[in-house]
Design a protein around this ligand. Sequence first.
Ligand SMILES: [Mn+2]
Length: 505
Amino acid sequence: MVRRLLLGCSAVGNALVERVSGGSGDLIAVTDDSGWASTLRDRGVTTVEADPTDPTAFPERAAVVVVASDDPARNVAAAATARERYPDAMIVAHVGIAPTASQVDALESVANRVVDPVEAVATRVRDALGLDDADGDGGHGSDVERDHTSGQSRGPTERPPRLIRTIRRLSGPLLVVAHDNPDPDAIGSAVGLARIAESIGVPADPCYGGEIAHQENRAMVNLLDFSLSTVDGTDLEEYGGIALVDHSRAGINDSLPEGTPVDVVIDHHPPRGPIEGGFVDVRPEVGATSTLIEEYLSQLGIEPDRALATALLYGIRIDTRDFTREVSIADFEAAASLTPHVDESTLDRVESPSVSAETLRVLATAIDRRDVRGSTVASCVGEITDRDALAQAADRLLDLQGIAVTFVYGYMDGVIYGSARSRGTDLDVGELLRDALAQAGSAGGHANMAGAQVPLGILEAVAEDESLADVVEEFVAERFFEALSSPPTSPAGTTPASIDAEFLD
Ligand SMILES: [Mn+2]
């Protein structure tokens, strides 16, 4: 016969007795609460009136141990003692009233099952209201027990407390990682999740990899005064946990080493592989991660400040193309609750940042000196003072009718810089620039976004009688269009490592 042992008692413990004992179990209770002792005796349970954390009061054998006082500290002690005494027993532990995260942790480290009545009530309320269960496991006995081996969030009412519990259990600060070259949704979400962690006293730093490209995104970070660090400049050892926002796998589209253990994942992209994480909330039906972050903020009663609200709303608007694409009711609801907190004039300035005279001059020159061949346009803009202007001009020239590939280049400080873009074509501009210019300097990037750098070197000397701009144009254009007309070389020898963020703007 299976011997069952009850350590400590409470209303929850009493209910658990019924659940665990099942039939006519061989049940022994140890409690120093004389009220519960007599109740249990009345019910025919053999009861030892003793301290439930004192192993000398324990029976020789026990196959199932139920730890069930209301005092979390005593439950931790009783569970640990029981585990030591009965290494093979099934231990079910009630957390008690208002346990701390470390107490729940301690229980989870020794017990097979940990029972949290607060969650049980939430689940029951949810079931009673007919709210849906996120992973669809419906009833599945989950009304009183939490399977702590599953990191998946169970349902809408459970997510915020589960997120909070996950963050609270970290051994140190939280690093919130946005994907590489973050967009407004990733930036706003990273700042928002860091805010949530800080609201419970866990320091958190938002960070990103690659670059904050596009001047709207830079304007957002600057105008809203966000301080984000870069993954490369961060010592991961200093953090007690890692969260991913707007992407779901470490090392894939972020600058973390692949396989880095992750504690929290909040994303709206359909997962392309297994997602690891202590707390995972991935909802592809929602238009933006910012929507999910707003939901956590409001369910946790955290009011976003103006900067955060502005960033989150901007993130939702960008990701849903102003509520026209992949938009859900949740996105509208999040936007509605953010709007009263948003700084509209800042949002205006973020959306149409002022353009420097240099950027306009480069764009004007790029249009004026354009060399169009088929659907490709190349343009030498001469001497520049701001490399970023090249990327912006290359972006804008894509708007020209009939143009699928753009390449804008100029020089400063003895180096020729070029920026290429493509849209709606199979042509890989990263490959194109490598073919054309890697021999003379360095070049690389992605299929639709690439850059090159070539030292001016001898060209400067050649340019005695001609303008340097003309010499540069002759040199670069010849190689660029030559590469464009010849079939692409085998990508052998170009490894993903050669795709370098420095080429991307
Ligand atoms: Mn997004």
